[in-house]
Ligand binder design. Structure first.
Ligand SMILES: [Zn+2]
Length: 490
């Protein structure tokens, strides 16, 4: 997940996911969860039950998804929109899905094309400084940031915890300065099942910080990295410039360096030389990869199973969101492997540009608007590869009982929870808003925001067994939705 969606919607999605994760469930519900699920009043045909169990077992035994993820992460690497790697990933995933016998199309999407440049910062004046020295500050440009002059800019640093503190300083103490928003990631929240809210609180100023500071005349904006990362790992993600403010350079500072700046600023004047040289190139042509496994009874009805293929450029996008893409690929692969054909069409989508524009999801809605009624459901996995607890549904509460026979099966792997969420995945958000029931796995996110959008989002962070567990949830959910006799309320 991520990104950028830089919108209030995204934050509310994250909050919802966090609030709904296990940490927030009442004692009573926990007691209910610990009992065997009661027999469901909703029944699936016995054959469908048998098939779901087969898919689940095959997923838990398969290394297909992990091998695909290894290729995407290690062989192709970072996949920022507009990059050569993003294009290579499109071609690779399309070829793999063709190999499975799916009908593949590439849907053209125009995407922003932002390229990271040099990014360095050094403190050139502060209390106690030894003569002739500087002190390095670890930071990374936020996606979409404008550049400083090539030789950098030098200015005093103002450290605030939030907008209110900045407003209280007023223009005369902010103009001409570099502002650091030092909003901390609350690891206790994350450790207790509230990773989403912890991220939502800390990511705010990565989005709005630059314009908030620019309105008071600041020359650059920094924010404390949004995440739980130690080891001086800065976290990137999009800046969201407002139309009514000058665009100033924006970067995320590693948590340790934010602490350093706060300490030194409390003791006196701190001056920083900041060099950021990213470039925004003309929008580029890219693609959503769309691959259909045609349904046997209702080929016109579509169940989307998806993840986003683009990633940030610092790591290799294993967690965000190579994992989601390979879960979706495996949903189709397993059906081919065990020779099952869904009644409705299963459409695997590897979305482009979730991180810095959401143009893949938006373009899909525009292109398929006339066919929305035939979109039976949409699934997206985009919160890493941690152990799954069950399934979120975005739509009418009456959807949950219809999933109960599936939940009983998934309970055997610890994934029998079903919950309604206000949002599920950002790429399928436009479809959900158009009334399509939307789904996502519920996952353990305690460590996700340590790596998300950093240089450490790499393959080793994915536990192969937990990836298999997620594949089992996503593949059985996709097949169930595509083959259940019931229709979903919408
Ligand atoms: Zn993502």
């Amino acid at each position: 997940m991520s990104a950028t969606i830089q919108s209030r919607t995204r934050i509310s999605l994250i909050l919802t996911i966090g609030l709904l994760s296990l940490g927030c469930i009442s004692q009573t519900s926990l007691a209910q969860l610990s009992r065997p699920a009661p027999p469901s009043p909703v029944q699936y045909p016995p054959q469908l039950i048998t098939e779901i169990k087969k898919i689940q077992q095959a997923a838990l035994d398969s290394d297909y998804a992990y091998r695909q993820l290894a290729h995407l992460s290690n062989n192709i690497g970072p996949r920022l929109s507009g990059s050569a790697q993003a294009q290579k990933a499109v071609e690779y995933v399309a070829a793999e899905l063709r190999k499975l016998g799916l009908e593949v199309q590439l849907e053209k999407v125009m995407v922003p094309h932002w390229v990271r440049g040099e990014e360095t910062a050094a403190l050139t004046e502060y209390a106690g400084m030894a003569p002739g020295t500087t002190q390095k500050v670890v930071l990374t440009a936020n996606g979409g940031s404008v550049a400083t002059p090539k030789e950098g800019l030098t200015a005093d640093v103002v450290v605030v915890n939030n907008s209110e503190e900045l407003q209280a300083l007023g223009r005369e103490r902010v103009a001409g300065k570099i502002v650091l928003f030092n909003a901390k990631f609350d690891q206790r929240l994350a450790d207790n099942g509230f990773a989403g809210p912890a991220y939502g609180q800390s990511v705010l100023y990565r989005g709005i910080g630059a314009s908030t500071a620019a309105r008071l005349g600041a020359v650059a904006a920094l924010n404390r990295s949004a995440g739980g990362a130690d080891y001086r790992l800065p976290h990137t993600g999009s800046v969201r410039y407002a139309d009514d403010a000058p665009k100033i350079p924006a970067a995320s500072v590693a948590a340790e360096d934010a602490d350093l700046l706060a300490h030194l600023a409390s003791e006196g004047r701190v001056r920083m030389r900041l060099v950021l040289t990213p470039q925004t190139l003309p929008d580029a042509v890219s693609y959503n990869v769309i691959a259909d496994l045609k349904g046997s009874e209702h080929p016109e009805q579509i169940v989307i199973v998806s993840g986003h293929l683009d990633s940030w450029d610092l790591g290799t996008g294993a967690l965000d969101d190579g994992a989601g893409v390979v879960m979706a690929m495996q949903a189709a692969q397993l059906l081919k492997q065990i020779r099952l054909r869904p009644k409705r069409t299963i459409r695997v989508i590897a979305w482009m540009n979730e991180e810095n524009g959401l143009m893949g999801g938006r373009t899909y809605l525009i292109n398929h608007k006339a066919d929305i009624a035939n979109h039976f459901a949409a699934i997206e996995a985009d919160i890493g590869a941690g152990h799954p607890f069950g399934v979120y549904a975005q739509g009418k509460p009456e959807i949950l009982p219809l999933l109960q026979p599936l939940a009983v099966i998934l309970q055997t792997q610890g994934a029998g929870v079903t919950r309604i969420a206000a949002e599920t995945g950002s790429d399928i958000g436009p479809l959900a808003e158009a009334g399509v029931p939307a789904f996502a796995p519920i996952q353990d996110t305690r460590t996700y925001f340590n790596y998300h959008h950093t240089g450490a989002d790499t393959l080793d962070k994915v536990n192969p067994k937990e990836l298999q567990e997620n594949c089992a949830v996503v593949a059985t959910l996709a097949y169930t939705l595509a083959s259940m006799p019931q229709s979903l309320p919408r």
